[in-house]
Design a protein around this ligand. Sequence first.
Ligand SMILES: CC(=O)N[C@H](C=O)[C@@H](O)[C@H](O)[C@H](O)COP(=O)(O)O
Length: 240
Amino acid sequence: MKKQELLESIKGGLIVSCQARKQDPIYMPGIVVKMAESAIWGGAVGLRINTPEDIQAVRKITDIPIIGLWKIDDGKSPVFITPNMNAVREVIQAGADIVAVDATNRLNATGEKAYTIIELIKKEFPDITVLADIRNADEAKLAWNCGADLVAPTLYRFNEQPKSIDSPDFEMLAEIIHVSKEYGPVLMEGKINTPEEAIQSLYLGAHAVVVGSAITRPHITTLRFTSKINKYEKKMPLRY
Ligand SMILES: CC(=O)N[C@H](C=O)[C@@H](O)[C@H](O)[C@H](O)COP(=O)(O)O
């Protein structure tokens, strides 16, 4: 799909992030494909999938746009979403339409600013659509200047003082949309927990909304309830 057509096809819609780690209570082989089928059944316009293996499996069952990424924790750097070109190549090879990368201004494992990967991707894959996962409006500007096609505040809770780590920050979304006006579309992503919050994001000018945990991580959704109603001692994890 051409970039413009791709962006048009997700406009105003819901993208569901379907991810499961082996240590998650919901994990079983094939679960991510089932999550993707459920999302498509429910009307999602796109999917966000982690790991080349799962991207390949989901690609087999659908043509709707896949945002692909590969979370790699090397223990050396906080940059973990598709942090190097090898990971980018694998994600594209597996069939992703959009590649999501950490485009924060944090240092990656080789000591470069994470956002510099956007230029490397554009050089090697000029036609691939790049989604910059960022934390704030300053990082959105850096990502646009490197050639990003889309930005999303996916990593906002990794800011030094996030407003909350389990609910969305609409003020920040508005700021990001403001600085992005002359550049390109902004996806809302990160702790959108209700349909009303998704609608609010679109009213503020988000191009589309990505929802993960509220739909595909029942243990996290349970925790969101129990942490409010009976002060269950398990803490909301920052990293997921
Ligand atoms: C920070 C990070 O690693 N985010 C990940 C990115 O792929 C996913 O674990 C999230 O589920 C996704 O961003 C959607 O967000 P939420 O699950 O809050 O709706």
